[in-house]
Design a protein around this ligand. Structure first.
Ligand code: FCB
Length: 486
């Protein structure tokens, strides 16, 4: 089965003719760069050399529960919609599932040591709702909470700040059976779950993120259907957006009564540029931006849905009909920070389609455009004020292989990270209040419908043996962290 593009725009087909894999060719500056010994910085650093970050900058890496943990049936974990989806024939590449994944549930101590060896200062992970509440309701499963307590304690012991996401897409299947995110009640179940987690772990986690990329649930899960729960129903999709926002707001409210750290949403943002100079393309790019960015930023940060998107959806849409009195006040309760995830820009034509402009990665939806990082970060600060920001995801998949000499030479990832960090640095220099940056991902992992074919990690995982090998990019990142810059 040919896999669909991962993140197609609303209603519009992505061009099938995007050039592929250009980024896997390293530019000349990469040749001769450090391989694996962590020795003196060489050509890897050259083009962006001399960029220092603020002294307390939070260098990090990110993962999510279903993508790395495995141990799908252990210690009382219930089923999630990703168990169901990935076990359904034809849904994922090669029929891959997260049953074992990177076996992090059993190997977390080794993984903590890798993080320490790389010098990470921050680690973003997610908590699996079905480990904490097998069916999404009722009394907590202590063994599930204990796993995260051990993980968090292990981070503190190694001087790494934990950053925990409450929901990274693994909705308990029982709640899906009760209507999933189309049901308003699920937002309340989420608040209950959040409160359990805050009470159990809140004192040990300084930064909480509520819902990871609500847009991806909306677009991939409910518009395109190539993520769980595999629906293709635009009207349901935007109601789901509202309920995910509500879940976020209710979790923030629960946190204010139970926790004293900081909390915010995690949004994937895409700069939307007109594909040409025509006024029609400019107009189309603005509406596209509404669907890609403002539909997720505005309710949370301004208490309003973007009017152009509401108009485009029409008064009969389930989103519009689903908004109740008080919802937007709940959704827009003040947050402490905004987590931004950046992967790709969009170029929008007059008829609202998107076309590629830059080389794409192994993930056909990703165009490599580091300036987009600068544009996203500066735009958020310009349009929404000086809210503290963290980049919680940014990265590149590549078809990495373990060499005969035991090294993994992911030169393209080094180039990608270097160029994106240079853009991050520029944004910080221009006044963006960014406090940390997390590479997606710490480890190779289960990349949703793309299964294990796409390797996103700084650390290579040899799945048959579960052996971990630091890639060239991990050694490079360790030097960046040690130097606090490029
Ligand atoms: C993001 C997801 C993350 C991973 C990366 C590649 O959209 O949050 O889980 O799939 O993309």
């Amino acid at each position: 089965m040919s896999m669909p593009n991962r993140r197609p725009p609303h209603g519009a087909a992505l061009s099938a003719t995007a050039p592929r894999a250009a980024a896997t060719t390293a530019p000349a500056a990469e040749a001769g760069g450090d391989r694996s010994d962590g020795g003196t910085p060489q050509a890897d650093d050259a083009p962006a050399a001399g960029l220092r970050f603020p002294s307390d900058f939070g260098w990090g890496a990110a993962t999510s529960a279903y993508q790395i943990e495995g141990a799908a049936k252990e210690d009382g974990r219930g089923e999630s919609i990703w168990d169901t989806f990935s076990r359904t024939p034809g849904r994922t590449r090669n029929g891959d599932t997260g049953d074992v994944a990177a076996d992090h549930y059993h190997r977390y101590v080794e993984d903590l040591d890798l993080m320490r060896d790389m010098g990470l200062r921050s680690y973003r992970f997610s908590i699996s709702w079905p480990r904490v509440q097998a069916d999404g309701t009722g009394a907590p499963n202590q063994r599930g909470l204990d796993f995260y307590r051990r993980l968090i304690d292990g981070l503190h012991e190694r001087g790494i700040a934990p950053m925990a996401t409450l929901f990274h897409w693994d909705l308990p299947q029982a709640l899906q059976d009760a209507g999933g995110w189309e049901s308003r009640d699920v937002a309340h179940r989420f608040a209950d779950y959040a409160e359990i987690v805050f009470r159990a772990l809140g004192d040990r986690v300084p930064v909480w993120l509520t819902v990871n990329e609500p847009k991806t649930v909306v677009q991939n899960g409910y518009l395109e259907g190539h993520h769980a729960p595999g629906r293709q129903d635009p009207d349901a999709a935007y109601l789901v957006a509202h309920h995910l926002h509500l879940a976020h707001g209710l979790a923030v409210a629960a946190y204010r009564t139970t926790g004293s750290g900081r909390i915010g949403p995690a949004l994937n943002l895409h700069p939307c540029y007109p594909a040409d100079d025509s006024p029609a393309a400019a107009r189309a790019a603005i509406l596209h931006d509404g669907y890609e960015n403002r539909l997720y930023l505005d309710p949370v940060l301004t208490g309003r849905y973007p009017q152009d998107v509401l108009d485009d959806l029409g008064p009969g849409s389930r989103l519009v009909r689903g908004i109740r009195d008080g919802d937007l006040a709940t959704i827009s309760a003040p947050v402490d920070l905004l987590a931004v995830q950046y992967y790709t820009p969009y170029y929008v034509t007059a008829d609202g389609a998107t076309v590629p402009r830059w080389p794409t990665s192994q993930a056909s939806w990703q165009q490599i455009h580091p300036d987009g990082m600068y544009d996203v970060l500066t735009r958020v600060t310009r349009d929404y004020g000086p809210l503290p920001l963290t980049v919680t995801e940014n990265g590149l998949p590549s078809p990495d292989t373990l060499g005969a000499d035991g090294t993994v030479d992911d030169a393209a990832r080094v180039t990608f990270l270097r160029d994106h960090l240079a853009a991050v640095h520029r944004a910080v220099a221009d006044g963006v209040p960014l406090e940390s940056y997390h590479v997606w991902s710490l480890l190779d992992n289960f990349e949703w419908d793309a299964g294990y074919d796409q390797r996103w990690g700084l650390v290579y995982v040899d799945y048959p043996t579960q052996r971990r090998v630091l890639k060239r990019s991990a050694h490079w990142y360790r030097r960046v962290i040690a130097a606090n810059g490029l």
